[in-house]
Design a protein around this ligand. Structure first.
Ligand code: EPZ
Length: 419
């Protein structure tokens, strides 16, 4: 077990480069199971979840070879159709192999992901969609068993705009007979990135990035080269790091248009924000102003930046209200922030954050990927030393975060946690 130690109170200055987007890389990698030749996928973030997905693909029989910051994948020789519990329990996005395996082989066995720190996170909408496409779904002994001689294109009206549900169904529809319509689809940029990759392989997906996606089934896909989009959540995390330390931080090789809701909130809290076609620079005000935030599906304010925003609100001038509308229970970072002197009261989906002049460093515990990021930001702003334990959560989605923070002037290092 390792922990990260931060000595806070220093404004961050400088420029970091956005890594590839974890939440685009995962469905893109899973989609190679649709078969059809060799795929060169570049700009993968060097994070644990990507390594886990590559391990799962290899376990299923695909050939996965490192190629710089990317991989070369050939999935023509898949032997197993089962994603085992031991692996799925470490990463619920493993459920993304269900759609491709079912569409290509007519069968898939995937462990139910189970809950996680940010709520139960069921996959019922994925399974209802597969049934609509003609699959038989059985749940037994904690596994999803899905069968279909040949998926038939249909209209699917999603009850909620589930991100991985939209991705799973879009992938399955690529090889179905006929046309599939996914209505009330999630509109996250990562879904557009997946569709661009699928279309580069000969699929016929239109409307990705809108709530109405149309997929015309094809008989098979072909090889392709692709570069994964930059990570908008990592980008937002570093911009908020600049704000919460009273600094001046620029993130390059990102897509500013993916962060409009955050940029307008940062401006509202007093930041000076400069954008170019592929970079965003944030200069913090002398004192961050409190503001209210509601998380929503894209293009609303992303739930994956809620914990980071809360860290910033802890030292803002005034009182902020943060409402988490996407995941129930995504406030596990609150008690840890309170240990650092934050003044927060939670009532259901609402957290009222009363800004305090200064946080103080403390020993805190990471609970999930984005909560860990929120605690890092609080530690950067706090007076004194903060130790964040269980940083394996952080490593799932942030590439070498302490190196990037050090390059901005932070005093941060990783060390083995004492027993
Ligand atoms: C994706 O998770 C992301 N993960 C999450 O990022 C992100 O927080 C989330 O979308 C929302 O933006 C990946 O892309 C790998 P959902 P996903 O299905 O697809 C409910 C991170 O930190 N729901 O859009 O699992 C669900 O419980 C991670 O990188 C059902 O009820 O999220 C939740 O309340 C964390 N039934 C809401 O919908 C279903 O079948 C949104 O979930 C599916 C979802």
């Amino acid at each position: 077990m390792t922990r990260i130690t931060i000595t806070g109170g220093r404004p961050l200055h400088g420029r970091v480069q956005a890594a590839g987007a974890k939440n685009a890389a995962l469905p893109i990698l899973a989609s190679t199971l649709l078969g059809g030749g060799e795929c060169h996928i570049a700009n993968l973030p060097q994070v644990r979840d990507v390594a886990t997905m590559n391990t799962l693909l290899s376990l299923l029989g695909a050939s996965v070879k490192q190629e710089g910051t990317g991989v070369v994948i050939k999935a023509d020789s898949v032997q197993s159709l089962e994603a085992p519990y031991d692996l799925v329990k470490t990463m619920r996005a493993s459920v993304l192999v269900l759609g491709p395996l079912l569409a290509r082989f007519g069968e898939a066995v995937v462990s139910l992901p189970g809950g996680c720190a940010i709520g139960p996170r069921p996959v019922n909408l994925h399974l209802d969609g597969f049934k609509k496409l003609g699959a038989t779904i059985e749940l037994e002994h904690g596994y999803i068993r899905a069968y279909a001689s040949k998926l038939q294109g249909q209209r699917i009206d999603l009850e909620m705009p589930t991100v991985t549900g939209t991705e799973n169904l879009m992938m399955a529809a690529c090889l179905a007979n006929g046309t599939t319509i996914i209505n009330n689809a999630a509109m996250e940029p990562e879904i557009e990135d997946l569709a661009n990759f699928l279309n580069a392989r000969g699929a016929k997906v239109s409307g990705a990035g809108t709530s109405h996606i149309v997929v015309e089934g094809v008989s098979q896909l072909h090889e392709a080269e692709y570069r994964v989009m930059p990570d908008r959540i990592e980008t937002g995390t570093f911009l908020i790091a600049g704000m919460v330390t009273g600094g001046d931080v620029e993130v390059s090789q990102c897509i500013p248009g993916h962060l409009d809701p955050l940029i307008s909130k940062l401006r509202e809290s007093g930041a000076e924000v400069h954008e170019t076609s592929d970079s965003i620079r944030v200069k913090a005000p002398a004192k961050v102003q409190a503001l209210d935030v509601q998380t929503c599906p894209y293009p609303g304010f992303p739930t994956d930046l809620q914990a980071q925003m809360m860290a910033m609100m802890c030292v803002a001038e005034g009182t902020s209200v943060i409402t988490e509308n996407v995941f129930e229970g995504r406030f596990l970072h609150v008690p840890e922030l309170q240990r650092m002197g934050a003044s927060i009261t939670v009532d259901g989906a609402r957290a009222v954050v009363k800004g305090v002049p200064q946080l103080t460093g403390a020993q805190v515990m990471a609970s999930d990927l984005r909560a860990s990021a929120g605690l890092i930001l609080a530690g950067l702003a706090a007076e004194g030393e903060t130790q964040i334990n269980r940083v394996y959560h952080l490593d799932r989605g942030y590439e070498r975060i302490e190196d990037k923070l050090q390059s901005l002037g932070a005093i941060v290092h990783r060390e083995p946690a004492s027993a």
